[in-house]
Design a protein around this ligand. Structure first.
Ligand code: ADP
Ligand code: MG
Length: 601
């Protein structure tokens, strides 16, 4: 009897529907998960042209019996779920019976498979809009799935794929996400014929991490095994200076199911915050095991997120686990917790688990639903710029849209809507400039026509006079008449332009706050920061087009422009295609614009 069946309508209605296939990496993710669900111990992935030309995934798993092959590509056909009750106890990656159908709807799909109990294999070819053909074909037990012509019949989606390098990188990350939590399974990935990942089956967790991350991490790798409140966090973190320019090496899993969760990312980044430069991200892979009844899978269509009851508590334990590994020299780790709920250890080691996503991340399914939920734009739509995600104002065409709320400068840049926090970015510009000049000993001093006299507490005045030599290096000329008054007769020129007595007092206050035990270098850096902050264009200042243009030109030459010097982001963008998606638009006109911009006929 066949194993694959089409789900009944009442089960279908419980399943979180939505777009499963966005790009080559989502195809690869689904195919790899199918291989793992089939019990494969070896999975080989090959992509051409970032997966845009072709994707192949081969495994040595259970295979699909002949009569099930045509069923497997139908929507809601699965061997993994039968009744409503099964949804609450999903132990496989897949359960919706949607992936192969979704792929077959937008690409040419070829399946070559042989179930171990059958003599001869089956070959299916499915092309968009055509009836699939089936024939016999020899194969060792297992399954090979080949996907080509992705989105060739859906040009609007095809045009939105990124260049091959970017898509290829995404595929690499997607495979890594699974490979890192399944050291028992062998993974090999090749890109245009070149092998870029080759991990043998049956590695230890540590060996697997080293074979995936290699020399990048070998020095700083630290084990994590931390438990609290029935939550156990295991895996690895890498101590700085090793770090990345983006979140591509932050791997999280819940009971060995890879997930993405910005709350976990932020908590881990906060734990690292004093160790990493702004704009750098940690390298970690952390698995969270907890009572399975706290975890729910059936929310995100691509199953990238899970819903965890009491997520705050979990986030907190993860942050402690990371801090412990980074800083502590032997905080007591309470592992006896785990023995108090039976089955957890086995559960953690098992490959088949289940997961769910949070309410706010619930995907928008249909257009009417979208209109009801007016929260169209989500935080994740906003992409913070960084070294690896940049816009080159000097190089590209841009249009100044204007200012929003006298704080954000809005630009149209290519296909993106760009937001610049005028204060944050100006603060960074001034900081870098002042610091350069300080380092070069060429601070520009602006003499004041009329010195400013500030009245302070006697102790504070004395302290400022003590510091006047250091402050002098930055361009502050400070004298005293004795007593409570100090006399400021010159300022760094960056400050001069916007100086007011109040700004100056704020800077002096900050200087007085700085601890006496602080080293000279840190002290100067703090003063440069506060000077930059108080000299920068403020929120609430109206900027004209020329001022905006000047700001942009200065910004383009400034290092670390993605963050103000207190670490807040300064530039972000929303992709046009994200807006299209959120507004439920398809864009025939945009395709023409895209073609003409890129000279495509
Ligand atoms: P789901 O994984 O949610 O069941 P899919 O569309 O991904 O849905 O797959 C449909 C069915 O095809 C699976 O339930 C499984 O029976 C079969 N299948 C797909 N890929 C493989 C594979 N690599 N090995 C064995 N069976 C597979
Ligand atoms: Mg599947």
């Amino acid at each position: 009897m066949g194993r694959v069946r089409v789900l009944s309508d009442d089960v279908i209605s419980l399943i979180s529907a939505g777009e499963v296939i966005e790009n080559p990496s989502s195809v690869v993710k689904e195919l790899v998960e199918n291989s793992l669900d089939a019990g494969a111990t070896s999975v080989e992935i090959a992509i051409q042209d970032g997966g845009k030309l072709s994707i192949g995934v081969s495994d040595n798993g259970s295979g699909i019996i002949k009569e099930d092959v045509p069923l497997s590509i139908l929507r809601y056909s699965t061997s993994k779920l039968e009744t409503k009750d099964d949804i609450d106890s999903i132990t496989t990656y897949g359960f919706r019976g949607e992936a192969l159908a979704s792929i077959a709807a937008v690409a040419t799909l070829k399946i070559t498979t042989r179930a171990s109990e059958e003599e001869v294999g089956t070959h299916l070819v499915s092309r968009v809009g055509e009836k699939p053909s089936i024939s016999e074909k020899a194969r060792t037990a297992g399954t090979t799935i080949e996907v080509s012509d992705l989105f060739s019949k859906v040009p609007a989606r095809q045009k939105h794929l990124d260049d091959s390098r970017t898509e290829g990188r995404r595929v690499h990350t997607a495979v890594m996400r699974h490979a890192i939590v399944r050291p028992d399974v062998g993974f090999r990935l090749s890109r245009d014929g070149e092998i870029i990942m080759d991990c043998p089956a049956g590695q230890s967790a540590g060996d697997r991490v080293l074979s995936l991350w290699g020399s990048e991490v070998s020095k700083g790798l630290e084990d994590v095994d931390y438990s609290r409140d029935m939550i156990r966090v295991t895996g690895f973190i890498v101590k700085p200076p090793a770090s990345r320019g983006n979140r591509g090496r932050e791997f999280f899993s819940v009971i060995r199911r890879p997930i993405e969760d910005s709350r976990l990312s932020k908590a881990v980044e906060a734990a690292y915050s004093t160790l990493l430069m702004r704009g750098r991200f940690p390298i970690v892979c952390l698995d969270i095991s907890l009572d399975v009844s706290r975890v729910d899978t059936n929310v995100h269509p691509a199953k990238r997120e899970v819903r965890i009851a009491n997520i705050d508590e979990v986030v907190d334990v993860v942050a402690s686990a990371v801090k412990n590994a980074l800083f502590a020299t032997g905080e007591v780790v309470d592992t006896k917790d785990l023995t108090s709920f039976p089955g957890l250890a086995e559960e953690a080691a098992s490959t088949r688990t289940f997961v769910e996503s949070s309410e706010t991340d619930r995907p928008i399914e249909t257009r009417p639903a979208l209109l009801e939920h007016l929260s169209l734009i989500e935080e994740s739509d906003l992409e913070l710029l960084s070294e690896t995600l940049d816009i080159d104002i000097l190089d590209g065409e841009f249009r100044i849209i204007g200012q929003f709320d006298k704080l954000f400068v809005l630009l149209e840049f290519g296909d993106d809507l760009v937001f610049i926090d005028q204060h944050a970015v100006h603060e960074r510009i001034l900081y870098e400039r002042l610091k350069d000049r300080l380092d070069a000993g060429s601070v520009v001093v602006q003499e004041l026509l009329e010195p400013i006299v500030l009245t302070l507490n006697p102790g504070d005045a004395e302290r400022i006079v003590e510091l006047s030599e250091l402050l002098g290096k930055l361009g502050f000329e400070i004298g005293t008449f004795g007593g409570n008054e100090i006399l400021v007769s010159a300022l760094p020129d960056v400050l001069g332009r916007l100086a007011s007595e109040n700004e100056l007092l704020s800077i002096i206050d900050r200087v007085l706050d700085l601890g006496e035990e602080m080293g000279v270098e840190d002290f100067m850096d703090e003063v440069v920061k506060t000077t930059a902050c108080h000299s920068a264009i403020k929120a609430g200042m109206t900027l004209g087009p020329d001022e905006i243009r000047n700001l942009l030109v200065e910004m383009a030459d400034t290092p670390n422009r993605y963050y103000c010097c207190h670490g807040r982001p300064s530039i972000a963008k929303i992709k046009r295609q994200t807006l299209d998606r959120r507004f439920g638009r398809t864009r025939p006109d945009a395709i023409d614009r895209y073609k003409s911009r890129h000279g495509i006929k």
